[in-house]
Design a binder for this molecule. Structure first.
Ligand SMILES: NC(=O)c1ccc[n+]([C@@H]2O[C@H](COP(=O)([O-])OP(=O)(O)OC[C@H]3O[C@@H](n4cnc5c(N)ncnc54)[C@H](OP(=O)(O)O)[C@@H]3O)[C@@H](O)[C@H]2O)c1
Length: 226
């Protein structure tokens, strides 16, 4: 499968590296590939510049959002939640039509410091905004509930049996995403229901952020015991 990962941050890198390792064709999308490769300063949280990561992952291509999306069968949104709708517009409506769109973003408002708040909540979610804005895309919300390293390598926790979720209106699209999650090593994937169920996944961030502070690490996850 040809996969476009929109986003060059820690989530985009984790997904791109893991999917390429599993044998998928992967193109990472960014605003301006030249500018992204020219950046020499470390990113947020001291992440190495993208070019260093790219040099160690030569099978992964870098392109504009539109170029990446046009050649892909499946698209992953790993961009800043505040920028997501603009990024998807730049990726091109026609390039999203009919395709599975795995949305990992969190709609964080970071303008007032820590902890960030959510740009929408309660009776709304970013995943619903995406589905409404791009009705022909098959949006599946998943993986926004845990840190990037654990998204693609759940076994890094001593108890690797923890839980991830899928939300979306298209059962077949959720099946495709669940298959990818299982290929990463996830064993407990709960289908929450239609795209409105993404609200719960997105609002979990309020507790996730406080847990990260309390535990002094992002290396934890939910395990739904029943
Ligand atoms: N980090 C985690 O562990 C984690 C866990 C769960 C969910 N998430 C969510 O996953 C998403 C990605 O997180 P991240 O930490 O990897 O990276 P991030 O810093 O949140 O986002 C980086 C990406 O957003 C793009 N971007 C930022 N502002 C933009 C703008 N104004 N216009 C167009 N594009 C813009 C950047 O484009 P360029 O490439 O052009 O610079 C870059 O590709 C976020 O929504 C985050 O909340 C993150």
């Amino acid at each position: 499968v040809e996969i476009a990962i929109l986003g060059t941050g820690s989530v985009g890198r984790a997904l791109a590296g893991r999917l390429a390792g599993l044998g998928h064709g992967v193109t990472v999308g960014t605003r301006d590939p030249q500018a992204t490769l020219a950046r020499a300063a470390p990113g947020p949280m001291g992440a190495p510049p993208f070019r260093d990561w790219a040099a160690a992952h030569s099978a992964v291509r870098l392109a504009t959002y539109a170029e990446a999306a046009s050649g892909a069968d499946l698209i992953v949104n790993a961009t800043s939640g505040a920028a997501t709708l603009a990024v998807l517009e730049a990726a091109g409506r026609d390039n999203l039509a009919g395709k599975v769109l795995l949305d990992i973003s969190n709609a964080l408002d970071t303008t007032r410091g820590f902890p960030p708040t959510l740009l929408m909540e309660g009776t709304d979610s970013l995943a619903e905004r995406i589905q409404a804005a791009f009705p022909d895309a098959r949006v599946v919300k998943s993986l926004n509930t845990l840190t990037a390293a654990l998204m693609v390598e759940p076994g890094r926790l001593a108890d690797g049996e923890h839980t991830v979720f899928v939300s979306g209106n298209d059962a077949e699209a959720k099946g495709v995403v669940s298959g990818l999650l299982k290929s990463f090593g996830h064993t407990d994937v709960i289908d929450l229901g239609d795209i409105t169920t993404a609200r719960g996944q997105e609002m979990w961030l309020a507790l996730w952020l406080r847990l990260m502070t309390a535990l002094q690490t992002p290396m934890f996850n939910l395990k739904i015991v029943r």
